[in-house]
Design a protein around this ligand. Structure first.
Ligand code: URA
Length: 306
């Protein structure tokens, strides 16, 4: 595997994040800890290699139909239909949008302007009553990378912008360590577009109600790779209730797009020793992204010589 060429600036960020810097003595291994949802980090760390990444990518079976291209009318995929832990949870009670069979297909046909308006004015669940601002996303809509978080926090709710609080600052540092930035190649979105009161966990009904917005964002963005930040992002996106640590370390798939699962930056603020594991995940993401470039180069050489 070609190692990621780290600039001095990126190395400075790695040190800032207390993460391993290539060519420097490795930091002391962290003791096992628990993540914010109580799952033990008992899984062995994934040793990424070109063969490992490629075979992991090949072995993942696409889950659903291809992503509709930007501007295309996309048909809505079932929303968390197979996720037992996200079903039957309390919700608004009245006029449930998940009972409106036309809503998801309508969202799946929206362009960016319509989608942003629909998100800003959404009152489909109870979070519409308590939010100050819905948060659509942030970054470059033409970026190759999509990072998916959980839901806006207090600062995001106040400003209507994604990842602008403390967790957002850490996310920016993580991006910079990867050689990325939200103004460059990255778009950032959340599973929920509105803040849950007191930053409580998203409810299953809220996720099911909101996920068509993210699905349409992905269809419009057409990212090359997705990084899911934390349990709710990973489970909501992949429509699985597999624990976070079983989703980490191996590329997952959303339709035909590779998904790398890692910890949420807010969790890393509370559990800084796990930044090392997060960095493993981000390196895997870089390697998978690199292998996509290699594959598309090989494909274009093959088609040019046919
Ligand atoms: N946490 C998230 O998951 N998303 C944000 O936008 C901010 C904090």
């Amino acid at each position: 595997m070609p190692s990621h060429p780290f600039s001095d600036q990126q190395k400075r960020f790695l040190r800032l994040l207390e993460l391993p810097v290539p060519g420097e003595p490795p930091p002391v291994p962290s003791p096992r800890s628990k993540d914010s949802v109580g799952h033990n980090h008992g899984r062995e760390q994934f040793q990424a290699s070109p063969a490992g990444v490629a075979s992991a990518l090949r072995m993942q079976v696409p889950e659903t139909s291809p992503v509709p291209k930007a501007g295309e009318k996309g048909s809505a995929t079932p929303v968390l239909s197979g996720v037992p832990s996200l079903q039957g949870l309390p919700g608004t009670g009245a006029g449930l949008p998940v009972d409106d069979p036309g809503r998801a297909p309508r969202i799946a046909a929206m362009d960016w302007v319509e989608l942003e308006q629909a998100i800003q004015s959404c009152r489909a669940c109870q979070l519409g009553d308590t939010r100050k601002n819905a948060v659509v996303g942030a970054g470059n809509q033409k970026g190759r990378w999509l990072f998916v978080g959980e839901a806006p926090g207090a600062e995001e709710d106040r400003l209507g912008e994604a990842f602008v609080g403390r967790a957002g600052k850490l996310l920016d540092a993580m991006l910079q360590a990867m050689g990325l930035s939200r103004t460059g190649q990255v778009y950032i979105a959340n599973i929920l577009k509105c803040r849950p009161p007191q930053n409580r966990d998203p409810l299953g009904l809220e996720v099911r109600t909101c996920i068509p917005f993210l699905q349409r964002q992905i269809a419009l963005l057409q990212p090359r790779i997705i990084v899911a930040l934390g349990r709710f992002a990973a489970q909501g996106l992949l429509q699985k209730d597999t624990p976070l640590n079983r989703l980490r370390g191996v590329p997952q798939r959303y339709q035909d797009i590779p998904v790398i699962v890692t910890y949420h930056p807010a969790y890393l603020l509370r559990n800084p020793l796990d930044k090392r594991r997060a960095w493993e995940d981000l390196r895997l993401a870089l390697q998978v992204h690199l292998s996509l470039d290699d594959r598309s180069r090989t494909d274009s050489i093959a088609s040019a010589t046919e």
